[in-house]
Design a protein around this ligand. Structure first.
Ligand code: OOB
Length: 545
């Protein structure tokens, strides 16, 4: 990897972060080793009937690292990892960290468009999948990825491998390995993005581990913590805020939930005596609804973290009465900055705000259109930099010039205001994105794919508020002249099939609603007037398709 792959922090800051003990020159592989030595026979991961002690997880990582090395995967190579919430996720990731391989953390819902893009952008050498999950055969996806990405050398499968390599066959005798550089990229996270193509987020061992340790301190995880991973573990929130890595740091126990339906979750919480969970607001709503009728026994719960999308204050107020434990709001981003409400904050802060940065090293600015600081109480654009916020996306020079200021601030695209007590409230978003149940959709990406349909002349995707999902997507489509007189229902279907099958987009990116329009409204400089479309979407009756 070279400097062109990722933008390092300036030397003086690297020095400062090390002197302050934030960056400890530890790799994620060494971090697990330290926990395995300390918590040896304690249970680290519970996955269905399987229980792995810290020592076992550590050994699995060593054995797999030897297996990956035998495939001639070498330090610095990228591997797209697309695994659901199963124990092997951790064995695979820590094997990568030990060897210096860089996992690209894809989500189970991603399909051909996303996976091919990740493989291409990262120039991935390998792709790791389950055989089948949630009724979907990932080996089919792997075949498509292999055909599209010539550099992809290996597909590794958890379960029945068919023509590919079985992960099970890669548990070899551990080897002594050179320690990777803690300042190098440990993993690539995915950005919610606002552009036509996905962006990858390079996180170093040093900065990612700092965010884990600082999160553990704020959230007070300890050996008594039993963390239920209900969200997809590859996402930054359940991975590191403090999430599963925070649990492993603190000597606690991770309980993996494959599907987040409330009934299964409630019985797992009761059986495993779960103390901590992290949810997005849409999932919380479903859990609260079910808890109202079921009244489950959740007395082991000590903290429910909610983040990823806006949480309405009235929903927040229902957490303690219905789930019987305190709430923590989390406003974070895979690019870095994490804000938490603190456990001892006044209830008003916990219910009404999204907290404040977790580190004294986090700098934030809230600015107007001209990037001038606004005063407390005023809404503005949030900019941030600090010891665990990236300075640039992976191999995205042109984009980085727009998204990062000359002095290294990341322009988050979020509109926030700071109260006089220092806590932030998320007021909205300036980036062209839809936040559907916590899953981020870049409007430009879906529009690009809609435009590839032969009958589409122009297209725009906007968010509409939704009680359950927070937001859902609505596409406004201008058809070309030949198609304009056709019945709309078959075209809606044809567009959706085009996005799913021809483009290979993940299901959550298929527009929830498609409306046809003669001419998309334009602003004076000729850009599509999205605010006008959002208003229009609200007034239209629901499209049955
Ligand atoms: C988390 O990370 P991402 O990368 O999927 O999404 C980040 C974006 C933020 O820029 C913001 O637009 C939105 O998600 N967001 C929130 C929020 N938390 C995130 N919007 C309103 N209220 C909140 N509490 O979503 C993420 C990463 C780590 C921890 C928690 C969330």
């Amino acid at each position: 990897m070279t400097d062109a792959d990722f933008t390092p922090w300036p030397d003086n800051l690297v020095k400062e972060y090390r002197e302050r003990g934030w960056w400890q020159r530890q790799t994620l592989g060494a971090f697990l080793r330290a926990s395995a030595l300390r918590y040896a026979t304690r249970i680290a991961v519970v996955c269905g009937e399987r229980r792995w002690a810290y020592q076992e997880l550590d050994e699995h990582a060593d054995r797999l690292a030897a297996g990956f090395a035998a495939l001639d995967l070498q330090a610095g190579a990228r591997i797209v990892v697309q695994l659901p919430n199963i124990a092997e996720f951790f064995a695979v990731c820590f094997a990568c960290f030990r060897l210096g391989l860089v996992p690209v953390l894809a989500l189970p819902g991603h399909r051909r468009a996303e996976i091919a893009a990740f493989c291409q952008i990262a120039e991935a050498s390998a792709y790791i999948i389950p055989d089948c999950h949630d009724g979907y055969d990932y080996r089919t996806l792997a075949r498509e990825a292999m055909a599209l990405v010539p550099g992809l050398r290996h597909v590794i499968v958890v379960g029945s491998a068919e023509e590919f390599i079985a992960l099970q066959a890669l548990y070899l005798t551990p080897q002594a390995l050179p320690e990777p550089d803690p300042g190098a990229i440990a993993l690539l996270q995915l950005s919610g993005g606002s552009t036509g193509t996905p962006k990858l987020i390079p996180r170093t061992h040093d900065d990612y581990l700092y965010s884990v340790r600082a999160s553990v301190e704020v959230c007070q995880f300890d050996t008594a913590t039993t963390y239920l991973a209900a969200l997809p573990v590859a996402h930054n929130f359940p991975l590191s805020s403090p999430g599963t890595l925070g649990t492993l740091y603190a000597g606690g126990r991770i309980v993996l939930l494959t599907r987040p339906e409330p009934d299964a979750a409630f019985s797992l919480i009761a059986n495993e005596r779960v103390s901590h969970i992290a949810l997005v607001p849409s999932l919380l709503l479903a859990w609260l609804e079910r808890a109202t009728s079921l009244r489950p026994a959740l007395d082991s719960l000590r903290l429910v973290q909610i983040g990823g999308a806006s949480l309405a204050a009235d929903v927040a107020a229902r957490v303690r009465p219905l789930l019987g434990c305190p709430l923590q709001q989390v406003f974070g981003m895979a690019e870095g900055l994490i804000n938490y409400t603190r456990l001892d904050d006044h209830p008003d802060v916990i219910l009404e705000t999204q907290g404040r940065p977790m580190s004294v090293g986090d700098e934030i600015r809230i600015v107007d259109h001209d990037e001038q600081d606004v005063t407390d109480g005023q809404t503005g654009h949030l900019l941030t930099r600090g010891p665990y916020t990236i300075r640039g996306y992976w191999r995205a020079d042109a984009h980085n010039h727009q998204v990062f200021s000359a002095d290294g601030f990341y322009r988050t695209g979020d509109l926030v205001r700071r109260r006089s007590d220092g806590n932030l409230q998320v007021m909205g978003r300036a980036k062209d994105q839809i936040n559907r149940a916590g899953e981020k959709i870049a409007a430009a990406e879906v529009e690009r794919h809609l435009l590839s349909h032969p009958r589409v002349r122009n297209a725009a995707l906007v968010a509409i508020p939704d009680e359950r999902l927070g937001e859902r997507s609505c596409a406004f489509v201008e058809l070309n002249a030949a198609a304009a007189n056709e019945a709309s229902a078959p075209i809606v279907l044809s567009l959706k099939l085009h996005l799913r099958d021809h483009c290979g987009l993940a299901a959550h990116k298929i527009p929830d609603r498609i409306e046809f329009i003669d001419h998309l409204p334009l602003t004076a400089p000729g850009k599509i007037a999205k605010p006008q479309l959002r208003k229009l979407a609200l007034t239209l009756t629901r499209n049955p398709t």
